[in-house]
Design a protein around this ligand. Structure first.
Ligand SMILES: [Mg+2]
Length: 258
């Protein structure tokens, strides 16, 4: 009897990873329902809840307070450059160690200085492993390839993430929401089939492209994500009809997690 219960628990638990803005958050009524479902699942089966957001710690706290979000088991902040476990205030050091090779913040700053098209984002948005700018959409197709080859030539192992037609993040190449998700998945011993990621925009492609984890694109997914989805069809990814948390609930049911 005990064994049977154990078995059911292991099957029912899953790793839930979600972007926040316009994915988890955006429809208050559906969010309340989703939070209730997830909390119950966590309590009963040991499901883990992870928020993976481009937001910095400061902007995450603002949103958490505003929407009274349930506590996650881990936080992936600043586009995957920082992982916070439980309620720790310091980034997980084993993740930071993974990001260090090929990264040099000072060199990134000296190279990006050359481009007058790049406007630095506020200090709260900069991190040990993240340099962030605003870049106008109309300039991006010209600036991004130039910047990328300049950074590569200087021996850095970095990548450029351009999102929402305005945000440019330069981060270590081994860093994104998807890599962070896999780090947590392995740490907590979940198989890809019991892992699900949810998102709406360009910086969420990393969540969907990294492996065989299940993916939910909310119904309000942005054009850059939809385009990528159409060009890379996969059975383990689901495009929801409903928006935000409503789309997540729809997707979780589609995959049989709920
Ligand atoms: Mg988003």
């Amino acid at each position: 009897m005990v064994k049977l219960t154990q078995g059911i628990k292991n099957v029912a638990r899953f790793l839930f990873v979600t972007d926040l803005d316009n994915t988890f958050v955006g429809d208050d009524e559906a969010l309340a329902e989703l939070e209730q479902l997830l909390s119950q699942n966590r309590q009963e089966y040991g499901t883990k809840i992870v928020y993976a957001t481009g937001r910095s710690p400061v902007l995450y706290e603002e949103l958490k307070e505003e929407k009274n979000l349930i506590d996650p088991d881990a936080l992936v902040l600043s586009v995957g450059t920082e992982i916070y476990l439980d309620k720790s205030n310091t980034p997980d050091s084993s993740w930071s160690e993974k990001l260090s090779p090929g990264w040099n913040r000072e060199v990134v700053l000296s190279k990006t200085n050359v481009f007058s098209e790049l406007y630095p984002q506020p200090n709260t948005e900069q991190g040990e492993f993240k340099v962030s700018f605003f870049l106008e959409k109309s300039l991006a197709t010209r600036v991004l390839p130039q910047l990328e080859s300049m950074l590569k030539e200087s021996g850095l192992d970095v990548k450029l993430i351009y999102s929402s037609g305005i945000d440019l993040d330069i981060v270590p190449s081994g860093s994104d929401k998807g890599q962070a998700m896999q780090f947590l998945r392995q740490k907590w011993d979940f198989v890809p089939e019991r892992t699900v990621a949810c998102g709406d925009s360009g910086n969420d492609i990393a969540l969907f492209a990294v492996g065989e984890e299940r993916g939910i694109l909310v119904g309000n997914a942005r054009p850059e994500l939809l385009q990528w989805h159409n060009e890379n069809p996969a059975n383990h990814r689901y495009l929801a009809k409903n928006i935000c948390a409503g789309g997540i609930i729809e997707g979780l049911k589609y995959f049989g997690f709920l």
